[in-house]
Write a protein that binds this ligand. Sequence first.
Ligand SMILES: Cc1ncc(COP(=O)(O)O)c(C=O)c1O
Length: 377
Amino acid sequence: MNLFDVYPLNDIEIVKAAGSNVWDANGQEYLDLYGGHAVISIGHTNPHYVGRLTDQLSKVGFYSNSIKIPLQVQLAEKLGQVSGKTDYQLFLCNSGAEANENALKLASFYNNRKKVIAFKGAFHGRTSLAVSATDNPKIIAPVNETDNVVFLPFNDVAALAQAFEDHGEEISSVIIEGIQGVGGIKEASVEFLKSIRSFCDQYDAVFIADSVQCGYGRTGLFYSHDYAGVSADIYTMAKGMGNGFPIGGISIAPKFVPWHGMLGTTFGGNHLACAAALAVLEVMEQDQLMKNAADLGAYLISEIKKFPEVKEVRGRGLMIGIDLPAELSGVKKNLLFKHHIFTGEAKPNVIRLLPALNLTKAHADQFLEKFSLALKD
Ligand SMILES: Cc1ncc(COP(=O)(O)O)c(C=O)c1O
């Protein structure tokens, strides 16, 4: 049997990982500023995390949502406290797409409407409605095509106002990333997020903050949308939540009233996933990782801006996009294969930095030094 060949692969096998470093099968060390796509939040093989997971595994790894799982309650309490949303409710699932799928469904249950507003450049996942709300026709299968999703220009308050004026009573939800990731590290403006909040209030639509990539403390605030000073109705999360253990969730405002069977999942909220997520939050709190993300991010952004070759630097905290001119399209590959630094990318020529939130200044300086060499290669 062969693997279904959907991923273009780098010819590297990682056999060991610790903190912000990984090693390949030949013993070569790499600096990891990609974190397997923004997933590694507290560093690879963090000892507290490994200990908590191993301990849990030896007690009970899984049981379904047909019994009490006190770890879920502990996770909800901790998440409420760290995110500053103590009165919100938590539903646990397994991935970012699933989190968005559940959020969109919940919104539709809430106001009994069908239309979803999404934005140009958005990525919300690959399941049915999440992919329909993703601005990439290539990955939308015919069965996922729907008139229920309307795409508007990003950060365009006038277009948003017009859409609500025209169809306000039909709009179930507005879904938006605080910083578009796949779209090239583009931040939603404060004015735009505030407008979404006020139109959703006016028309009883649901504001869904996709925090799958930009959330979980990466920008210095737990949810990057909250820089706008308004709260969303539902926050979706995954990636950094389990530091590699698959877990996703939605944080739901008090106005949503659940009924038995409304949402559900077999694996979501299992014992191991909760132990992983609790370990992540404990380390984040103990080591003040949100502050580290804000401080180191600000440092990196200001230093990267000094390179004349760079067209633009975007982002916040440790979610950084370096926009390079077309003639420097080889820099990402050079960083990996010559300088042994993992980074992400976005089309057409943006290098994405999504490192662990406990990246050190020495790691940041190592990147800056190698980046300056890679620009000249
Ligand atoms: C903003 C955003 N939403 C949703 C998803 C989908 O998450 P997953 O791949 O866990 O389904 C992603 C994944 O990259 C993402 O960046």
